[in-house]
Design a protein around this ligand. Sequence first.
Ligand SMILES: CC(C)(COP(=O)(O)OP(=O)(O)OC[C@H]1O[C@@H](n2cnc3c(N)ncnc32)[C@H](O)[C@@H]1OP(=O)(O)O)[C@@H](O)C(=O)NCCC(=O)NCCS
Length: 175
Amino acid sequence: MHNSTRIRLIEPSDAAAIAAHRVRDFEAFRPWEPAQSADFFTPEGQAERIGRLLAGYRAGTVWPGVVLADDQVIGQVTVGGILPQPHLRRGSVGYWIASLAQNQGHAGRAVGLVLQVMADELGLHRAEASTHLENLPSQRVLRRNGFSPYGVAHSSIFLDGSWRDALLWERVLGD
Ligand SMILES: CC(C)(COP(=O)(O)OP(=O)(O)OC[C@H]1O[C@@H](n2cnc3c(N)ncnc32)[C@H](O)[C@@H]1OP(=O)(O)O)[C@@H](O)C(=O)NCCC(=O)NCCS
């Protein structure tokens, strides 16, 4: 049982590990993660994607993280859609953990750590997330971190061959 989880900003050298996880989990993630083009599953394609994520980080719209256990990359945690304006100060949390490392509390701890980054480093006031209505593990992760469901967005995301409703989650981080 792992009880140490770290997060840090993603780096170009994470590309091979991420591609390997996503190849291995292609079938397992199909119901929950959007379909991706073939280059998503190669180290070269991931390196390009990481470059785009880091450009978003420099622009202030994304905080792209990886999740580490025993110093190995086991997943990603990302704050996207950051709206830093003083009257908004919000961002949306997304994450995945490789199947081989699931159900050991890593996602729950990684989301807790990224909420600290949002509040302390990014100065955000509000965190949002969305889950598939049937993604109970993901919903547990959010509940454990103080998120509450506040609505359903209908026909919101194209997953596994059709448009799905999304359960919307919020957590106020404070000032
Ligand atoms: C969702 C996901 C990130 C969870 O990662 P994880 O590291 O296994 O999460 P944790 O171990 O922190 O917590 C999992 C929780 O789900 C619970 N759980 C696991 N399988 C479950 C099931 N079939 N039904 C209900 N609850 C379940 C666990 O008991 C745990 O709850 P607890 O905190 O009350 O003990 C991971 O399963 C994943 O990456 N899935 C595929 C991609 C995905 O769904 N991403 C999120 C999109 S919104």
